[in-house]
Design a protein around this ligand. Structure first.
Ligand code: FE
Ligand code: CA
Length: 523
């Protein structure tokens, strides 16, 4: 189908009225029948990577989302965009025309500039007479300018088959979010499961395990059709990263879990990273190249917060062998130091750790604090896919924090599908000694299915991990309320993800005092 054939729909009227609340209605009606919505903006809109005078606005044209090329013709299509100071678009302050190119899956990345700092805006697109849904985003505050508060949501690990995305809707409903940090596992690469035959399966992937660029594009399209995910994107700018499942389970550097030859895996990794770029609201600086994607980057919010988003996958070297399937075919040079970030990123991170901001947030993927599994198959073991498999790199990170005498470092983590809250000890192994940083590990939006508050097998955990105060394997998200003197982390859990309409409950709150690296239970 060519986009000329696409009829204007009443979706346009709804979108034009500019209310976020209408998004849900649009989504459920248009997508109930399957993938053939024929609405150009079926994958919604997103914003991301705010800076003091702007942010990225994103969309991708896909009238038939699961078809090759999303149903788009193989040519460049013009897309109008506008940014307004009100949600009815009566005061449009910036506008322009962007290209949706076939080389990039007809995705659109606009870097809006010249906006006011610390200000809320609304944005939308128009193509072929159709209007997109409306999203909202707040700009950041210039480095060094005094700032009192920030609210940042945390989410990730959204296996499509294992649960509905109600947690995303609840997160999007949180008032006044400045941003949402996504710790990765935006998609999962596995082939379709038969939900009548396996547990924790509420809806099936389209197709087999994904390898090619078109495979990855189709997987992103299927995930992005979800109205709750679209709702969260429309509600706040995302600071996205990636973890393993955007490419393949537990991949790192040039190695996959199956022991594929590096030359073959790198082709797959390149396809996955191009698709990641195409579907994420990131800047030109994250454009995919033959060398990979530069995903690690920095955001400042006045003098209150510096966020350093880390890439703990692409540059790893010399870690402990993965327990189940050690890589056989991938070429990894034996020489060189053990590293989680690679030397370049490590130097960049070190230079960015700042004593002139109230808080330093390391926004990353895998657990930094040591952690011993108390029960089950892995009892007594540690997860070598986390920083614990790269203990020398963790020691260097801790040393950088300690040398600068920073007592304001907070780490946000995902990956394990459990809520944890703990501290990273200054001395490797001295779990109850002084701490270098606090760490909040966020569970998953849906991965793992319903989950449990704390299984019987985990009851011995605190004894093995005295530096860790929270163990909760239910689904959910976290919200960071960041003030000048205290940092509050609210931990939310869902009562269900196996059906629609789950309820979200605030189940734990922690406070960290600026200048004192310790977790306190909020009263
Ligand atoms: Fe995950
Ligand atoms: Ca992961």
């Amino acid at each position: 189908m060519t986009h000329r054939m696409i009829a204007r729909r009443d979706v346009l009227k709804l979108a034009a009225s500019g209310s976020l609340a209408l998004l849900s209605g649009v989504g459920q009606r248009a997508w109930a029948a399957g993938s053939s919505s024929e609405y150009l903006f079926s994958l919604g809109v997103a914003s991301g990577d705010p800076w003091p005078d702007g942010f990225v606005l994103w969309t991708r044209l896909a009238p038939v989302p699961l078809d090759p090329h999303g149903g788009m013709p193989m040519r460049v299509v013009s897309v109008d965009w506008e940014v307004a100071e009100d949600e009815r678009f009566t005061r449009v302050v910036k506008s322009g025309v962007a290209e949706a190119r076939p080389e990039l899956g007809h995705s659109v990345h606009v870097e809006a500039k010249g906006l006011r700092p610390g200000w809320r805006y609304w944005y939308r697109f128009r193509a072929n007479g159709e209007l997109s849904p409306v999203g909202t985003a707040r700009t950041a505050t210039p480095t060094g300018v005094e700032m009192d508060r920030l609210r940042i949501g945390v989410a990730g690990c959204q296996h499509y088959e294992e649960g509905f995305y109600t947690a995303y809707r609840r997160l999007g409903e949180v008032a006044d979010l400045d941003a949402i940090f996504h710790y990765g596992d935006y998609i999962y690469e596995g082939r379709a499961r038969d939900c009548t035959k396996v547990k924790n399966c509420v809806r099936s992937h389209a197709g087999d395990e994904i390898y090619s660029l078109d495979d990855y594009r189709r997987r992103y399209a299927q995930y992005k059709l979800d109205p709750d995910l679209q709702f969260a994107h429309a509600a706040a700018p995302f600071l996205v990263s990636y973890d393993d499942h955007e490419v393949d389970n537990n991949w790192y550097n040039e190695c996959d879990q199956d022991g594929s030859h590096a030359e073959a895996f790198l082709l797959r990794r390149a396809a996955a990273m191009q698709a990641w770029y195409e579907h994420m609201p990131v800047r030109q600086a994250q454009y995919p190249t033959s060398a990979g994607v530069r995903m690690y980057r920095r955001f400042d919010y006045g003098d209150l917060l510096r966020v350093q988003v880390l890439d703990t996958r692409q540059y790893r070297h010399g870690g402990a062998p993965q327990t189940n399937k050690p890589p056989k075919g991938c070429r990894q040079e034996a020489a060189g130091p053990v590293t989680m970030l690679g030397s370049q990123q490590e130097e960049w991170l070190s230079a960015g750790l700042s004593s002139s901001v109230r808080w330093n947030l390391l926004a990353q993927q895998v657990m930094v604090m040591p952690f011993t599994y108390p029960a089950g198959r892995d009892a007594g073991r540690t997860n070598v896919d986390s920083w614990s498999g790269y203990a020398q790199a963790r020691e260097r990170l801790v040393a950088q924090i300690v040398q600068r005498d920073l007592k304001n470092v907070v780490i946000a983590t995902g990956d394990v599908h459990q809520h944890h809250a703990g501290v990273v000890p200054v001395r490797e192994g001295a779990l109850e000694g002084p701490a270098a940083a606090t760490e909040f590990v966020c569970t998953s939006i849906s991965s793992g299915g319903e989950g449990v508050q704390l299984s019987n097998g985990w009851k011995g955990t605190p004894a093995d991990n005295p530096h860790c105060q929270l163990y909760d394997a239910r689904r959910g998200y976290q919200v960071f309320d960041i003030g000048r003197d205290s940092w509050r982390t609210d931990v939310f859990t869902m009562d269900k993800v196996s059906g629609q309409g789950g309820r979200s409950t605030l189940t734990n709150s922690f406070v960290v005092e600026q200048g004192h690296v310790a977790l306190n239970r909020a009263s």
